[in-house]
Design a binder for this molecule. Structure first.
Ligand code: HEM
Length: 523
C-alpha cells in the first residue's frame, strides 16, 4: 500500500487561494444569511469551482493509460567492442559511466486513461533523456514491429482497434476487417495475439524503438540504427486466462507493480542494445531496412550494448508529470537523426501537433517537458505562458538578426550540409520489398509450443466473432504466414485450405516467389 502518511501536524500552513489570499472558511460559501442565496462576487468559491471544472485535459488519443517514473541512463562509452564515436557523436553515449537523467512513461494504447492494464494491446515504452544538448525522446513499444508501414494509415488502424462508434465496444469484427485487408499487419498480429500481447507488467517487458533512425559521427558519416531495451528482470507474459484473473481484482496492476517496486528500492533496469547497418537501401536483403513491419535478423546485424537504464523515483503528482509529459519522435539531439522511414516522418508531425492541442501551445514550458540545458528562444506569448525564455541583455529584442542585442544562430557542430542528396519523382507508391509473410512465419516457428497454442487459441476466439468473409481472408493470410498456423486456426473456425483457395491476392498486393508457391499448394 502507498504510504500517504508523510507530513504531520507541525509546520502545517494556512490555506490560500491562487491569488495568495488567506482562506478563512473552506466549508461555507458566502451567502446572504445562513440559508442563502449565494452572491456572484464570491471570488474564493468561483475560483475553486471553476478550476475544478477544468481539472481534466483531453486524454491522449492513443496511449491514454500510463505511468511515468524517473531514473538515469548510464553510457558504456562503446557500442559492442568498438568506440561509439565511430558511429555517433551524440554526447550522452561517449564516456563510460556518464549518466543522463531520464523520465520514462509506460502505457497501453487503445483504452482510456482508467482502462484495464491487462488488455491485449501493445505497451508504450517512451523515454525522455534530459541531455546537455537538450532533450532526446525515444518513443517506442514493447513489440518490435508495427501494424502498418505508412503513417497515412494510422488513423484507420486506430479507428479499427478503438471501440465501435455506435456500440462503444471493441469489436473483433472491425479489427480483423481492417487487418485482413492489410497484409503488412500479419507480423504484428502474430506477436500481439501470442502471450507477448499481454506483458505480465511493465518491469518484465522489452522495449523497441521500432522505427529506423540514423546515427551521425563527427565526420558526418551516417548509419541506420534500431534501438532495443532488454529487461534485466527477464520477460514475463500472461495468457488470456492469467489476465482475466488479474483483471478481476485490479485494473491497474502494472502501475501498482512498478510504483511499489520503486518504493521498495527494487529499481528495475534495462540494457540498451542497438543494431547498426550502413546507410543505404540494402538491395541484397529481402526486406526494406526502413520498413517498421520488419525486424533486422540478429545473425546479420548483431545487437550491441551501449548503456543501461535504471528507474528509481516515482512522480510527486500523477497529473503534472504523467498526464502532461509529452514525447515526440522529432525530439533528437546532435549525433542522432531521422531516416526516411515513412512512419517515422508522419509520427514526427503528429506528436507535437496533438500536444499543442492536448496540453497547450506552451507545453514545453512545463517542468517535466522542459530541457535541462539552456533554452534561449524568441518564442513569446500564447496561452499559459509561464515565463519568458532567456534572450539577450535587452528584453526588447525578441527577434533575430539584430545590431543591438539578442540571440544569434549557433555554429554548426561540424560542416554544414552533410545530409544525403535526394532526387526522385513525387509519387504515392508502396515500397517495393513488402514481403509481408516471411518474418511473421519465422516468428511463429521461433515460439515455444505453449506460445503457439495460446496464439492459435486467441486467434480462434477473436475470429469466431467475425463475418465468414473476414475469417476466410484471415485464414488465407495465415496459411501464407506458416502452414501449421493457418491449418490450426482454420481448423478452429471450420475453414480448410480448399475453402480459401479461390481467393485472389488483394488489390495492389505483391507476393514473393515463396508466397506464390504456398498459394499454389492451397487447392
Ligand atoms: C502516443 C501518433 C505510431 C508509440 C501517440 C500519440 C499520438 C501518436 C498522436 C499521443 C501523444 C500525446 O498525446 O502526447 C502516432 C502516429 C503513428 C504512431 C501518427 C504512426 C504514424 C507509433 C509507433 C510507436 C508509437 C510505431 C512505437 C514505436 C507511441 C507511444 C506513445 C504514443 C509510446 C505514448 C507516449 C506517452 O507515453 O506519452 N502516438 N503514433 N506510436 N505513441 Fe504513437
Amino acid at each position: 500500500m502507498t504510504d500517504i502518511s508523510r507530513g504531520g501536524a507541525e509546520g502545517r500552513r494556512p490555506l490560500t487561494n491562487r491569488q495568495g489570499h488567506p482562506v478563512y472558511d473552506n466549508q461555507n460559501q458566502r451567502t446572504v444569511g445562513p440559508r442563502g442565496p449565494a452572491t456572484l462576487e464570491n471570488y474564493q468559491f468561483l475560483e475553486k469551482i471553476s478550476h475544478f471544472d477544468r481539472e481534466r485535459i483531453p486524454e491522449r488519443v492513443v496511449h491514454a493509460r500510463g505511468v511515468t517514473t524517473y531514473g538515469f541512463f548510464e553510457a558504456y562509452g562503446r557500442v559492442g567492442d568498438e568506440p561509439i564515436e565511430r558511429y555517433t557523436r551524440a554526447k550522452l553515449f561517449q564516456q563510460a559511466g556518464k549518466r543522463t537523467e531520464v523520465a520514462v512513461r509506460f502505457s497501453t494504447v487503445i483504452g482510456g486513461r482508467d482502462s484495464a492494464e491487462t488488455a491485449r494491446d501493445p505497451r508504450g515504452f517512451a523515454i525522455k533523456f534530459y541531455t546537455e544538448d537538450g532533450n532526446w525522446d525515444l518513443v517506442g513499444n514493447n513489440l518490435a514491429v508495427f501494424f502498418i508501414r505508412d503513417a497515412i494509415k494510422f488513423p484507420d488502424v486506430i479507428h479499427a482497434l478503438k471501440p465501435d462508434p455506435v456500440t462503444f465496444r471493441q469489436e473483433p469484427n472491425r479489427i480483423f476487417d481492417f487487418m485482413s485487408q492489410t497484409p503488412e499487419s500479419m507480423h504484428m498480429l502474430v506477436n500481439l495475439f501470442s502471450p507477448r500481447g499481454i506483458p505480465a507488467d511493465y518491469r518484465h517487458m522489452q522495449g523497441f524503438g521500432v522505427n529506423t533512425y540514423k546515427w551521425v559521427n563527427q565526420q558526418g558519416e551516417t548509419h541506420l540504427v534500431k534501438y532495443h531495451w532488454l529487461p534485466k528482470q527477464g520477460v514475463r507474459s500472461m495468457t488470456q486466462a492469467d489476465a482475466a484473473a488479474v483483471q478481476a481484482l485490479d485494473l491497474g496492476h502494472a502501475t501498482r507493480d512498478l510504483m511499489q517496486a520503486i518504493e521498495r528500492g527494487e529499481y528495475p533496469e534495462w540494457e540498451l542494445v542497438v543494431q547498426l547497418m550502413t546507410d543505404d537501401e540494402h538491395t541484397e536483403l529481402d526486406f526494406d531496412p526502413l520498413d517498421d513491419t520488419k525486424v533486422w535478423p540478429e545473425n546479420d546485424f548483431p545487437p550491441m550494448p551501449v548503456g543501461r537504464l535504471v528507474l528509481n523515483r516515482n512522480v510527486d503528482n500523477f497529473f503534472a508529470e504523467n498526464e502532461q509529459i509529452s514525447f515526440g519522435t522529432g525530439v533528437l539531439v546532435d549525433g542522432l537523426d531521422f531516416s526516411d522511414d515513412k512512419m517515422l516522418v508522419g509520427r514526427t508531425f503528429s506528436y507535437s501537433d496533438t500536444q499543442r492541442y492536448r496540453v497547450g501551445p506552451n507545453y514545453l514550458q512545463l517542468p517535466v517537458n522542459q530541457a535541462k540545458s539552456d533554452i534561449r528562444t524568441n518564442q513569446r506569448d500564447g496561452q499559459m505562458t509561464f515565463y519568458v525564455d532567456t534572450a539577450g541583455e535587452s528584453p526588447h529584442i525578441n527577434y533575430e538578426p539584430s545590431l543591438i542585442d539578442g540571440l544569434h544562430e549557433a555554429e554548426y557542430p561540424t560542416v554544414d550540409e552533410q545530409g544525403p542528396v535526394i532526387s526522385g519523382r513525387l509519387t504515392r507508391k508502396r515500397i517495393p520489398r513488402t514481403n509481408d509473410y516471411k518474418q511473421a512465419g519465422q516468428r511463429y516457428l521461433l515460439m515455444e509450443q505453449w506460445e503457439r497454442d495460446d496464439l492459435v487459441h486467441n486467434f480462434v476466439a477473436n475470429l469466431s466473432q467475425c463475418d465468414r468473409r473476414i475469417q476466410e481472408r484471415m485464414v488465407w493470410h495465415l496459411l501464407l504466414v506458416e502452414d501449421d498456423l493457418g491449418l490450426r486456426v482454420g481448423e478452429g473456425l471450420g475453414i480448410g485450405p480448399q475453402d480459401v483457395a479461390h481467393l485472389e491476392p488483394l488489390p495492389k498486393q505483391t507476393l514473393t516467389e515463396e508466397d506464390r508457391a504456398r498459394l499454389a499448394n492451397l487447392g
